[in-house]
Design a protein around this ligand. Structure first.
Ligand code: ATP
Length: 324
């Protein structure tokens, strides 16, 4: 008799809206394929602690529209050690779990790749991070919702900026990646976009402030938190010194970007990826990430997605510059 596949699912690293839709898809597609599905709580920490529960179809009812993750998430230092991963493996064995689906970002996939090799257990990654910074996929779960949250917030800031004739520096998430800043900047008609991937944007901003800003009612400058100048507050202070004639304000959007009802795109993307992860296990895949390229599901080796950097769309940068 063929062994029943017992699949563990966990969310790890930063939470992202749409993770619940992915958990739901994994559970329901797994059950559809006669697997048993186990939820591992608090990411790798729960794997080490044995915080594992069996999930059925009803346990994922009514969650598709909820932000956050019902399994909770964590960052777990112990998992970066062999001893920690061995404990985790022993717990998987105790539950008979013979494959794991990890919903998270590149740190989570690094850990997944290592453990998969050490203990010869298949790990499938589903990209879940608002940063959209994973190589091998056009979309990561949560990015679209975060983008819309930023756009809604900046539209409101624009109203007050125009009324008072102000320049607003708006800082958005992205310690190493400018996807949120770039795409929200275009969507909001930002007058400047500062991201870690592109040098020379500050000079363009100076040129803009020297002439064009004076002709406008307001200006919005989108700043990714990992930008070279040290974030929105630091840049705004430098600009205030150089251009004391401007009324300059700063807003850091912070954690509102992570929460909220997932967008339709994130829910659909998460549902497709969850089903694809189960299908990948059926096809004997190991150590891969499910990606989405040109709206098609793709398989990307985990080691490739963690080693290679995804670049921002350079055409979008050109468009942003042209439309100021
Ligand atoms: P986000 O992009 O939202 O930050 P992430 O998955 O990159 O998500 P991290 O905090 O980098 O988030 O990683 C999540 C967890 O993955 C870590 O807390 C740790 O348990 C595990 N991990 C990260 N790097 C390694 C590594 N080199 N070896 C083993 N495990 C790792």
């Amino acid at each position: 008799m063929e062994e029943i596949m017992k699949v563990g699912v966990l969310t790890s690293g930063g939470d992202a809206p749409g993770m619940n839709a992915a958990i739901r898809a994994v559970v329901r597609a797994g059950l559809h394929r006669n697997m048993e599905v186990y939820g591992i709580r608090r990411g790798y920490q729960g794997m080490i602690d044995g915080d594992i529960i069996k999930l059925d179809s009803v346990s994922v009812s009514g969650i598709i529209h909820q932000g956050g993750t019902i399994l909770q998430t964590a960052r777990c230092k112990e998992f970066t050690t062999y001893e920690g991963r061995k404990k985790a493996y022993e717990n998987l064995c105790a539950f008979g779990i013979n494959a794991v689906i990890v919903i998270g970002g590149d740190g989570s996939f690094t850990g997944a790749g290592i453990m998969s090799k050490e203990f010869n257990i298949p790990f499938i990654g589903i990209p879940g991070t608002i940063d959209n910074d994973l190589y091998g996929t056009d979309y990561t779960i949560g990015f679209d919702t975060a983008l819309n949250t930023v756009v809604n917030a900046v539209d409101k800031i624009r109203d007050t900026a125009s009324s008072h004739g102000r320049i607003f520096f708006v800082e958005v998430m992205g310690k190493e990646a400018g996807f949120v800043a770039l795409q929200s900047g275009i969507a909001c008609g930002a007058e400047g976009i500062l991201i870690p991937e592109e040098k020379g944007q500050i000079e363009k901003l100076m040129n803009y402030l020297t002439i064009r800003a004076k002709q406008k009612k307001s200006s919005i400058i989108m700043v990714a938190e990992g930008e070279d100048e040290g974030g929105a507050i630091s840049i705004a202070n430098k600009i205030k010194e150089r251009f004391p004639e401007y009324d300059i304000r700063t807003t850091i959007l912070g954690h509102i970007q992570r929460g909220g009802t997932p967008s339709a795109l994130d829910r659909i993307c998460a549902s497709r990826m969850g089903v694809a992860a189960i299908e990948a296990l059926i096809d004997d895949q190991k150590s891969i990430m499910i990606g989405m390229v040109n709206n098609e599901v793709v398989h990307v080796p985990l080691n490739k997605t963690v080693k290679l950097d995804k670049d921002v769309d350079r055409d979008l940068l050109g468009i942003a510059d042209m439309l100021v």
